[in-house]
Write a protein that binds this ligand. Structure first.
Ligand code: ADP
Ligand code: MG
Length: 386
C-alpha cells in the first residue's frame, strides 16, 4: 500500500463496492447518507445494491474492463462478497485504496487457511484436519468423529457440509463433495452461537459492536439478540478479545465479523470469519449510535473510529422468502402493516425482485428500552409473520 492510502477521503467522493447484494445496498445507503457517491460492480442488472447506487458497473468480478471502470470512478473500494477473487482486489489496490486487502479476504475464503490463522493467533477453534488427498483421508484420527465435513471454499448458509458419524460415512461424504479440498471438524456440543463485529482502521484503531447471540434454522441465521444478559459475562469479554486478535493478526482494515460457539462446558471456540459486514450485525442500524455499514465507510475513508454505543435492547428477525409462501405456492406479501403497528419495529427490505424459499429478502430490527420488552415484541412479530 502507498502513503496515499492514509489520506482522509471526505464526503463528495465516490466509494466503490464489489458485489451488489443486500450488504452492498446497505453500504451504499450508509455512504450516501454521509454525502458520498457510490459505485457497485455486479453483473446482475437488478442487484439490490446496483438499484440504489449512482453508478453500476455490470461485469463479473474478474472482468479487466469492469475493474478499470470501477477504479476510474472511485476514490476507494471495499467488498460485500467474500468470494470476490483476491486477485481482483490486489489489481484494484495498484491504483486506489482497497479494504479489506486481498490477502485477508483470501484467508477468509479458505477454511483451512482460516483455521491455521486462528491457531497462529492463539484463539481456540474446533479440533480439525484438512482432507485434500486420499492419503489425508486415510490418516484421519477417529477422535474427530462424529464430525462435520466442510468444503474448504465457497460454503455458506450450511451449504457444502455433511455430518458424518463413521469413517465409512466420511469416505462417502468426501466423494459426494467431489473430493474437493475439505476440512473435517469435530462435532462439538453447542450451548449458544455468538458473533462479534470489529472495525479496524488503517492506523490500527479498532472498535467493536457488542457480542451478538445468534440462532440458526436449517443452517441459516434466523434471529440475533443483543441485550444485557444474553450471554455469560466471561464469554462476552473473551469473544471481544479473541475477535480483536484475529483482526489484528490479519493486519485487517475494514469491518470483520468473527463467529463463535459457546460449548456446553462454557468454553468459547471460534468458528469462522467474514471479511465484511454480517447478517448478525444488522441490528446496529437501529440499536447502535453507529451501524456496521457506517463503520465500513469510516474504515475505507480513514475517518475516525469511535467506540459504538448501544442505546436499545434489540432483536433482529431475518425475513426469508419462505414468509411469502405461507399460504401456498402463490407468493403473497407478508402483513407488514400489522408488524409495523408494534412498537420499535424497523423494516428493512432488500428490493429483491423475486421471493424464493430460503432467500434473504430483508430483516426486521426490533428495539425497546428493556430486554423483556424487546423479547415480547419479537414474539408478537414472529406470530404475525406466522
Ligand atoms: P457456514 O459457512 O455455512 O455458515 P458454518 O461453519 O458456520 O458454515 O456452519 C454452519 C452451522 O453448523 C453453524 O452455525 C453451527 O450451527 C453448525 N456447526 C458448524 N460446525 C460445527 C461444529 N464443529 N460442531 C457443532 N456444530 C457445528
Ligand atoms: Mg457460519
Amino acid at each position: 500500500s502507498n502513503a496515499n492510502d492514509n489520506a482522509v477521503i471526505l464526503p463528495g467522493a465516490t466509494l466503490g463496492v464489489l458485489g451488489g447484494g443486500q450488504l452492498g445496498r446497505m453500504f451504499a445507503h450508509a455512504a450516501q447518507s454521509m454525502g458520498y457517491f457510490t459505485a457497485v460492480l455486479d453483473q446482475d442488472p437488478t442487484s439490490p445494491a446496483g438499484l440504489v447506487s449512482h453508478h453500476h458497473v455490470r461485469t463479473g468480478y474478474e472482468d479487466p474492463q469492469g475493474l478499470t471502470e470501477l477504479a476510474r470512478l472511485c476514490a476507494a473500494v471495499t467488498t460485500e462478497f467474500e468470494n470476490v477473487p483476491a486477485g481482483s482486489l490486489n489489481r484494484l489496490a495498484e491504483s486506489l485504496p482497497v479494504s479489506p486487502a486481498g490477502s485477508a479476504v483470501a484467508i477468509a475464503q479458505d477454511r483451512a487457511a482460516e483455521k491455521a490463522h486462528f491457531v497462529k493467533c492463539g484463539v481456540p477453534c474446533a479440533p480439525y484436519a484438512v482432507i485434500a488427498t486420499p492419503e489425508q483421508l486415510a490418516a484421519i484420527n477417529e477422535a474427530l468423529l462424529p464430525g462435520i465435513l466442510k468444503t474448504a471454499r465457497m460454503g455458506y448458509d450450511g451449504k457444502g457440509q455433511i455430518r458424518v458419524k463413521t469413517r465409512a460415512e466420511l469416505v462417502a461424504a468426501w466423494d459426494e463433495l467431489k473430493n474437493v479440498a475439505c476440512v473435517l471438524e469435530k462435532m462439538l456440543p453447542l450451548a449458544h452461537e455468538c458473533s462479534v463485529i470489529v472495525a479496524r482502521g488503517r492506523n490500527g484503531d479498532i472498535v467493536n459492536l457488542p457480542v451478538q447471540r445468534n440462532l440458526h434454522r436449517d443452517g441459516i441465521l434466523a434471529v440475533t439478540e443483543v441485550y444485557e444478559g444474553n450471554l455469560p459475562a466471561t464469554q462476552v469479554e473473551q469473544a471481544i478479545a479473541a475477535a480483536k486478535s484475529v483482526a489484528i493478526g490479519l493486519d485487517y482494515v475494514g469491518v470483520l465479523c468473527v463467529e463463535f460457539f459457546v460449548l456446553e462446558n462454557g468454553q468459547l471456540v471460534v468458528n469462522e470469519i467474514a471479511p465484511r459486514p454480517h447478517n448478525s450485525g444488522h441490528y446496529s442500524q437501529n440499536a447502535m449510535d453507529v451501524s456496521q455499514f457506517e463503520l465500513q465507510v469510516r474504515c475505507m475513508t480513514n475517518l475516525p473510529l469511535v467506540q459504538p454505543r448501544q442505546h436499545s435492547a434489540t432483536v433482529m428477525l431475518n425475513l426469508l422468502g419462505d414468509l411469502w409462501f405461507k399460504d401456498g405456492d402463490q407468493a403473497r406479501t407478508p402483513a407488514w402493516d400489522r408488524v409495523l403497528a408494534l412498537p420499535g419495529c424497523h423494516l428493512h427490505l432488500y428490493g429483491k425482485v423475486d421471493a424464493k424459499r430460503a432467500r434473504k429478502m430483508g430483516h426486521l430490527n426490533i428495539t425497546a428500552a428493556t430486554p423483556a420488552a424487546v423479547r415480547a415484541t419479537a414474539l408478537q412479530a414472529a406470530e404475525i409473520l406466522g
